[in-house]
Design a protein around this ligand. Sequence first.
Ligand code: ACO
Length: 446
Amino acid sequence: MAPAGRAVRGTTTDRTRRSSLATRDNRTGREYEFPIEDGAVRALDLRQIKTNETDFGLLSYDPAFQNTAACRSAITFIDGDAGILRYRGYPIEELAERKTYLEVAYLLIYGRLPGKAELAEWLHNVTYHTMVHENVKKFMDGFHHDAHPMGMVVSTLAALSTFYPEAKEIRNEEFRQRQIHRLVGKMPTIAAFAYRHSVGMAYIYPDNDLSYTANFLAMMYRPSWTARYSPDPTLAKALDTLFVLHADHEQNCSTSTMRMVGSSLADPYVSSAAAAAALYGPLHGGANEQVVRMLQEIGSKDKVPALIRQVKSGKRKLMGFGHRVYKNFDPRAQIIKQIAESVFAVTGRNRLIDVALALEKAALSDDYFIKRRLYPNVDFYSGIIYQAMGFPMDIFPVLFAIPRMSGWLAHWQEMLTDPEQKIARPRQVYIGRGERHVPTKSTETE
Ligand code: ACO
């Protein structure tokens, strides 16, 4: 390929030329020029580059989609180098400080902060749908007593598809909005039921007089013999802020899955079940659980250097460190560090925080991490807070899935209403055998 600077070299002031990519195919000597729009060339343009008429055309090879934009999106903006995260243009720091999770969910899904009347209607709609069908309860009862709560959430989300067949009509605006209300409303209920099932406790129905997170905490922890339960407001607020921070993160693995599955026009229940499955993995939503396990294993500050040595020798990863996009700092991690102190003021200090702080200090001053631009990500501190709040470790990915539902739905809706989108179907570079033939009786050697 010709040097990348070729299109802009020289004295041309022509606007089109400056926003285009000129390239030469050294196999044929032919030159091409492609428009650059919003910092991107269209991958399909590359197909014009052929060695002959029967050639399929040039593909871009991008395992793990490290440099491929699959959509145009107006939802979330990230500048990984500058540590900037904005939802619909609003800085995450301002949203975390001034807005509730449900206001932020509305913002993500509908593109603007709700006015008073819109907010009242949205809260009504979400709250109205917090209950689950009694058969959903029975369905969840069928899980083995030690089933992982995230496995239960993934399966139950998919099962909801069978309760609401109208959800298949994804082009029907009224039906689509109803499924959005149901999914945002039911997530805390399903999550809490999964937890109660895993500890053998009776399910607690939603209390619609409580806020979104206070209701969730009540469904998690209310003793079944009491009629009301008021969670500590500081903890409910801390959880609400954590939900704001986790609500969206543009084209991450689970959101891309939501878009991918949704692109076949599958209903939002099975699509979000697939997204939740992607979130379950230890490299994504499962990381905060792994962080706490790692910190417990380290146990005390004096063991930190040994762990760092193991990481540097390639024996293991430092969980909660590193990010595909953030290469200086993760703004969410900084906010979470502050939330930790407010939570500890209520729950008492989680001793793992001291190990985490020592680990962060050691890593941030070590060449291995500096060179690779590895910093604490959102999951480094969230698990410690969840643990202080009494959440068992295997519910951590579920705590991530509850708020991420609004991000998934925002992207799902954006994908459905984008005229450029169609069923997602990547290409491959085939590296297998050429044509060969199954032996017939006469050519068989054995
Ligand atoms: N510990 C030690 N080394 C690491 C870590 C880590 N946590 N993360 C990356 N590296 C190293 C890699 O080994 C690689 O080193 P090399 O150049 O010598 O081969 C280099 O840093 C670049 O790493 P990549 O794997 O190319 O980074 P990538 O962008 O593919 O991965 C990821 C990002 C998956 C988040 C990775 O940093 C990781 O596995 N972190 C730990 C898991 C984690 O915390 N996940 C949560 C992410 S945030 C979220 O999902 C909400």
